[in-house]
Write a protein that binds this ligand. Structure first.
Ligand SMILES: [Zn+2]
Length: 174
């Protein structure tokens, strides 16, 4: 069951908790706030990553053209060819199932959490700090964040940042 697997990653616990809430659609996106009757005047209804779409969890993290670009770039980085599935649950499962062994799987899950976290941070930066929501910058952030977590939390010999950006699979198998 997915809810056992989601904790099976060395990401920081607050980040794993956020991913868990996201998979249950319990994060404060614009559409979730509206459903609960909470109107926040300074939070726009529109997704920060595109034009004309309401910000829902599934949109912001999966279907938005900006989010799709991030996922495609991340999968290319991991050497995976993946058809984007219709839900975040399935995306999580597809990523898990793509790992050839336990070490790679832990690394892939770390990168999953880094991707979710970086998308949310970039969304908040865009709304609350007037920063840009740029897929290329988000991908860089994911690589840096997952590399730092891998150094601190994965029981593998440390690798250099350039090695991690070149081939995380090679770092994970050392
Ligand atoms: Zn969008």
């Amino acid at each position: 069951m997915i809810f056992d697997h989601i904790w099976d990653s060395p990401a920081p616990s607050k980040v794993i908790a956020f991913s868990w809430q996201l998979l249950h659609d319990r994060i404060p996106t614009r559409s979730n706030l509206a459903v609960r009757g909470i109107l926040v005047a300074d939070v726009p209804w529109e997704c920060v990553g595109c034009v004309g779409s309401v910000e829902s969890s599934i949109h912001l993290f999966l279907h938005c053209p900006s989010a799709l670009k991030v996922w495609y770039d991340i999968f290319r980085w991991l050497g995976l060819v993946i058809v984007i599935p219709p839900s975040l649950f399935l995306l999580f499962e597809v990523l898990r199932a793509s790992a050839r062994n336990v070490k790679i799987r832990k690394g892939f899950l770390l990168i999953w959490h880094a991707t979710i976290w970086s998308l949310w941070k970039a969304r908040n930066g865009s709304i609350f700090a007037n920063e840009s929501f740029a897929p290329n910058d988000i991908v860089e952030e994911i690589k840096v964040t997952s590399w730092k977590w891998s150094l601190a939390r994965l029981k593998v010999p440390p690798c250099m940042y350039y090695e991690w950006t070149w081939d995380p699979g090679d770092c994970l198998l050392r």
